[in-house]
Design a protein around this ligand. Structure first.
Ligand SMILES: Cc1ncc(COP(=O)(O)O)c(C=O)c1O
Length: 390
């Protein structure tokens, strides 16, 4: 089943966008890299933005804690994920990546490392480098069931001092949506090693096949106390340019430490449009989101089927969440890297594997949040690149 609104994308209009995705490469290159969607905005968000800009309502925002954004987020967590939280334990940020940086600055003790499960969304690795925190890398393992956590390898990492676990769930780029048993095992590891868990759950709404995202902090009060949960409406509702995110703290003393390390104005301001668009998204965006999620799931299946039929040597483990597919191209031996190969010979821009971890240079990430027609063009270009190079 496809949806007319999501199928009727116009490439000329997309190419006119000022976003990074559509502006980095010349027009002959088809972009399927950075994680933003090509779809029109949810109607309530569009109406709010039109009204605000039409009326010139783009002045300084008032104190964001009085805007309802914390309450809208909290209500959503309870209604969608059975995770009741106190809005007072939510800090408002401009972006999730900022939360990762600030969390490391507040909680990574000198001389300790942070666990990251790779391959991983590149800013996790940049954040460690930029804040001088040692990477304790736990590589996910490709199994028939999907990308799995290697708990033996994880326990080995605890032989060196650690202070933080930087979790990404649902996971970018593998699309894993961790189940309760795995999360409980991770929680047990974090509790045993006295870690603060910074859990990036920005893809929580984009879980497929009737699965349900499980917030890490919802596992138990004990686990909540050591967890900082990062989230935003920006990924699910495709408003990343508006800049608004939230951080929930299970323990007020952890929140206090975070707030003291990073005074409000050192975090930069928020835009008024981002704050209220997030509220509208969380309160009234669900009909749009349901439609988009169904479309993404069908695109995911189509991409997997097409790759299996047309480029069988590319390995893909069907993502359980996100709109990103992580492709193992190692059997093709593409030079200088799969992403550069497909860019040069197929004129399609995919994300470079090695940015997600040093050992992943033979992978590429494909963004399938577009119309079926454009996705088919992406696949055709990949096939044509391989045919052209013999
Ligand atoms: C896992 C993950 N975290 C964070 C972000 C970016 O969030 P923000 O723009 O709020 O920093 C992305 C964007 O793709 C992501 O995939």
């Amino acid at each position: 089943m496809t949806h007319a609104r999501l199928e009727g994308l116009n490439l000329d209009i997309l190419r006119n966008r000022k976003s990074e995705k559509w502006n980095t490469y010349p027009p002959e290159i088809l972009p399927a890299w950075v994680a933003e969607m090509d779809f029109p905005l949810a109607e309530p968000i569009r109406e709010y933005l039109e009204q605000a800009t039409g009326e010139g309502d783009v002045g300084y925002p008032i104190d964001p804690t009085t805007t309802g954004v914390r309450e809208a987020f909290s209500k959503r967590m309870e209604e969608h994920f059975e995770w009741p939280i106190d809005p007072h334990q939510v800090e408002i940020l401009s972006e999730v990546v900022q939360g990762i940086y600030l969390g490391l600055m507040a909680f990574a003790r000198p001389g300790t490392g942070a666990v990251v499960q790779t391959p991983i969304y590149p800013p996790f690795l940049h954040a460690l480098k930029d804040t001088g925190v040692r990477l304790a890398e736990n590589q996910l393992q490709p199994k028939a069931s999907g990308w799995e956590i290697d708990f033996d390898q994880l326990n080995e990492l605890a032989k060196e001092p650690l202070s933080v676990f930087l979790l990404c769930n649902p996971q970018n780029p593998t699309g894993r949506a961790y189940g309760r048993t795995e999360l409980e095992q991770l929680a047990e590891f974090a509790l045993r090693n006295n870690l603060i868990v910074i859990s990036d759950e920005i893809h929580a709404d984009l879980v497929f096949d009737g699965r349900k995202h499980i917030p890490f902090a919802s596992l138990s009060p004990e686990v909540s106390a050591l967890t900082v949960t990062l989230n935003s409406a920006s990924k699910s509702f495709n408003i990343p340019g508006l800049r608004c995110a939230v951080a929930h703290f299970g323990d007020p003393s952890v929140q206090k430490r975070f707030a003291e390390t990073t005074p409000r104005h050192s975090r930069g301001g928020l835009g008024i449009l981002g704050i209220y668009a997030s509220v509208v998204a969380w309160q009234r965006g669900d009909p749009w989101l349901r439609e988009v999620r169904e479309h993404l799931q069908s695109n995911r299946d189509h991409l997997c089927e097409q790759l299996a039929a047309r480029i069988p040597s590319v390995r893909i483990l069907s993502p359980q969440a996100t709109y990103l597919a992580w492709l193992d191209c190692s059997d093709l031996k593409l030079q200088p890297s799969p992403a550069r190969f497909f860019l040069k010979h197929g004129q399609v821009a995919l994300s470079e594997g090695k940015n997600f971890g040093e050992d992943f240079g033979d992978f590429v990430r494909v963004n399938f949040a577009t119309s079926r027609k454009i996705l088919d063009d992406v696949i055709d270009r990949m096939v044509a690149a391989l045919n052209a190079s013999g």
